[in-house]
Design a protein around this ligand. Structure first.
Ligand code: E4P
Length: 216
């Protein structure tokens, strides 16, 4: 399973990259705003800065919701850097744009996916990634992980090449369960990635090994 980091914070992207486990980055307009990245020129430069840190796919989201606007914005984003994947919302014009981009060889990530039917449509339209938001589904007392298993089954039934990019991940168990269910990618904030490292028996074991070594 690939690990993407879900942030626009350059320090956190560097930290995850230095760990040696990072395969890519996802951003969205909220994450960009959180870092104070505003204005088109700054936003475009920030995407290039991210691409220069990480050796992998970097999702950059369009803001337009009309077909022509999505296409114009997506083409501009894609031209920024070969690592850019254009993130397109799961709306009617988004599906049309996914097909347009797919025919043009522009890579896409269909975002805001909350049902198996939406994932199927995105795959049919040629999306390279679909992003089911599991945490936001859990937030409304429904099972986000069930969606991952349903999409996995559908894609496997028909051999769709679209990768399942589990998004809106909140904690380590989301990552583990996504890995068990066969998600192709998990995109996570830095904290749950680092939390995977932790186990009290590792700390206790290491402390004892080091203490015993000192006795020799
Ligand atoms: C990533 O592609 C998504 O935009 C992101 O994971 C959403 O996460 P959130 O539900 O924590 O905002």
């Amino acid at each position: 399973m690939k690990f993407f980091i879900d942030t626009a914070n350059l320090d956190q992207i560097r930290e995850a990259n230095e760990l040696g486990i990072l395969d890519g980055v996802t951003t969205n307009p909220s994450l960009m705003a959180k870092e104070g990245i505003t204005g088109q020129d700054r936003i475009l430069k920030h995407y290039v800065d991210i691409c220069e840190i990480v050796d992998g796919d970097v999702s950059a989201e369009v803001i337009a919701t009309d077909f022509d606007g999505i296409v114009a914005e997506g083409e501009k984003l894609s031209a920024l850097h070969e690592q850019i994947v254009v993130k397109v919302p799961m709306i009617r014009n988004g599906v049309k744009a996914l097909k347009y981009f797919s025919d043009k060889g522009i890579r896409t990530n269909c975002t805001l996916v909350f049902s198996p039917g939406q994932a199927l449509l995105a795959a049919k339209a040629g999306a390279d990634y679909v992003s089911p938001f599991i945490g936001r589904i859990d937030d409304i007392s429904t099972d986000g992980l069930l969606l991952i298993s349903e999409i996995r089954q559908i894609f496997d039934n028909y051999g769709f090449k679209t990768q399942i990019l589990a998004a809106s991940i909140r904690h380590t168990m989301h990552i583990i369960e996504c890995a068990k269910l066969g998600a192709d990618v998990a995109t996570c904030p830095l904290k749950p990635i680092l939390d995977l490292l932790r186990h009290p028996l590792t700390d206790i074991g290491l402390e004892k090994f080091l203490a015993d070594h000192k006795k020799q």
